[in-house]
Every structure is written in structure tokens, then in C-alpha cells.
Ligand binder design. Sequence first.
Ligand SMILES: Cc1cc2nc3c(=O)[nH]c(=O)nc-3n(C[C@H](O)[C@H](O)[C@H](O)COP(=O)(O)OP(=O)(O)OC[C@H]3O[C@@H](n4cnc5c(N)ncnc54)[C@H](O)[C@@H]3O)c2cc1C
Length: 389
Amino acid sequence: MPNPAVVRAFLKPRHHRLAERVEQFATQSIATLEPQHDDAGARTQARQILGLLGDGGWCRHTIPEAFGGLATAPDLRACCLIREALAAASPLADSVFALQCLGSMPITLAGTDEQKQHTLPAVASGQRMAAFAMTELEAGSDVSGLQTRARRDGSDYLLEGGKAFITNAGVADYYVVFAVTDPAAGTRGLSCFVVDAETPGLRFVAPQILSEPHPLGEIAFEQCRLPADRRLGGEGEGFKIGMRTLDRLRSTVAAAACGMAQRALDEALVHVKQRQQFGEPLANFQLTQQKLARMATDLTAARLLTYRAAAEADGGAERVTLEAAMAKSFATEAAQRIVDDAVQLLGGRGVLRDSPVDRLYRAVRALRIYEGTTEIQHLVIARQVLASS
Ligand SMILES: Cc1cc2nc3c(=O)[nH]c(=O)nc-3n(C[C@H](O)[C@H](O)[C@H](O)COP(=O)(O)OP(=O)(O)OC[C@H]3O[C@@H](n4cnc5c(N)ncnc54)[C@H](O)[C@@H]3O)c2cc1C
């Protein structure tokens, strides 16, 4: 659950009220959902969760007021608080919310009013599920290696190629797709398109099965014809739109990591106070205390970096690349260590499949990979540190 006291300096009074409300929602409506153990179950539950998020008005925080959202949207600190609470309750719910942000931010940043009106109100109300399709089998960290082509054909584009590791593939209502319009221009030859899931020539290929159920998969474009007005921004602006989107939303991945870490710490605290070995509670042993101290300190540091990055972006900074890279890399790595320590403190009970910490252990791993791996964040940080020295 969010702990707004730790990051008070970065929050407004409205954020404190939001933290209380979202914690209540996550505890009552999300944590009570049955955890899913297979891909099909996760796909069905993802749609159910989207309905709950839409009815509760939570997706409105990602959308500007003129298009069905809230006045201050996009409010990244609000998105961070929501992701913290959802991730602590259900990693799947966090993913559903995260993709509503990721799939709408490019439209908010670069769409015309008509394009925004076409999609954003239905994202805000939870009626349309979003997806963000950048990664391909041969192009992950290196976006300049994208192969999916968008060839101009009169007033249309024809999309050819495929995407992999796409969250919500097969369940989304639309995809924000990055494709090459000028192969000679490197990343300046990428463009960005909004493609409705039912567009002829767009095919869901197959799911990619994760150890913690999460709707992931491959899609293909085969002579997929799109009117040119589905392009966001100008030709060649796709890379800029993608990077600005990721720049802003990386702090929310860090927030999800904080939520998972907080839940793991909470589970560990309950356990070490009640579990007796050698005639006393585990909490009395100094080696246990060392773990708890490290977990709590890492989590606090992660939160401070996270909300600093989100507050900078909310304050109008054009780019928060450095702050977001620090927050994402530190928080996701720290969360991995915290969850691992929690599993260790629970002993054998920590690796039982139905244990909350085992589920967190499986879920937290992907956060160090998606939206830019830790290594790529370190390269970004080092580049900026070297340039300013
Ligand atoms: C659960 C999950 C959900 C995802 N959802 C989406 C989504 O919705 N949309 C989407 O577009 N993508 C999504 N992805 C894809 C994700 O963004 C990529 O997996 C990620 O960018 C890494 O790419 P890759 O897997 O090809 O790894 P690679 O790029 O092949 O990297 C493999 C390893 O090499 C390292 N490496 C790469 N280059 C360097 C370098 N220059 N220096 C040092 N180390 C390097 C990486 O850090 C990594 O450790 C998702 C992935 C996962 C796991």
C-alpha cells in the first residue's frame, strides 16, 4: 500500500486523499480477487479488472480533462500512488492500469484533438483496453533495430511485420504501434500509429506464457491497411513520442516496484513476529533485524527517487530522463532484493505457490526488464553523469 508520509515533500494534499482512497479500493475490490494460475484465467481477469478500474474512475488520472479525464491529468504522482496500491494487491491489476497509461500517453502527447476524442474517453472509462507495441523479436533494448514497416500507399499506410512481448496482446482493443517509415533514417525513420484491434490484417499470433500469469504475446501485421490519420505526430516522430512516453512513465514502474516491496515487507513483518524458533520469535534474532532494516531502508530510498522523478515531470520538466532512470533502476533492483529477503524470512512457507511472497517473487522480476532494462538505465545515467562532469 502507498506510504505517502515518506514522500510528503513531493505530494500535494490531493495526493494524500487519493492514497487513502486507492488503498481502500485495492484492499476491498482487488486484493479479494482470486489469484490466477494460468494465461487464460489472467486474460479473463484482466478485462474484469479493467471494468473495476473504469467504474472506480481510476483510469481518469491518466487522461486530460477535455477527453474524459481529470483536470490535473496526466498526474504522474497520482499514477504512482495508484500503481503502488494495485501492485501490492495484485500484480495483474497493476499491469492493466499501467497499460492504460502507456497506451494513452502517446496519444495525449502527440495526438490531434480528433485522435484524442476517438480513443481517450473510452480509455478513461475503462471501456477500451490499451496496448503499447514497440518490442520485436529482434529489437528489444535497441529500438533502432525495429523491422515492422509502414509503407505509404496513397492516403493509407500498409503495415507489415510483427511485435513480441506485448502486454495485452490478444485482449487489447487497440495498439499504439511503432513502425519504420524511412529505413535509411535510423530512429528518425520511425513513426507511431494507433491501430484498432479489429483492423483487417492485424492478427494475434500466440500468447507468451510468463511464470506469473500476465497477458503477454505476439501480434503480426499482414497487409494491414491504415488510413493516414491513424498516425500520431509527423512521419519520423515515432521515436521521440515513444521515448517521451517512457521517460514520463518510468517513475510509475518504480512505484509498482515499491508497492510489491511494501507488500513483501508487510508479510515478512507479520511472520517474524509470530513464528517461533529456538524458543523465541524470529524477530528477536539480529540477523532477522538486519534484513528488516535493509528492506525498510531500501524501500524508503526507492520511494524518494520515485516521487522525485514523478514530481519533476508533473512540475513541467520537458525531460526527466535522468531522474526516471535512477528511480526505475534503483526501485526495481531494490524491490527484487526486498521480495527475496521476504521469501527467505518466511522459509519453506515463502516458496509455496499460494504464498503472497512467492507470487511477488515471480511478478517482480519482469520490472527490471520491461520499459528499459536496468543495464540500459545505467547507461543513460552514466551518459548524463559523464556529460555533466
Ligand atoms: C512482462 C513483460 C512485459 C512487456 N511488455 C511490453 C509491452 O507492453 N510493449 C513492448 O513494446 N514491450 C514490452 N516488453 C518488452 C521489453 O520492453 C523488452 O523485453 C526489453 O526492452 C528488453 O528487450 P529484450 O527482451 O529484447 O532484451 P535484449 O535487448 O536482448 O537484452 C538482453 C540483455 O542484454 C542487456 N543489454 C542489451 N543491450 C545492452 C548494452 N548496450 N549494454 C549492456 N547490456 C545490454 C539487457 O540489459 C539485458 O540484460 C515486455 C517485457 C516483459 C518481460
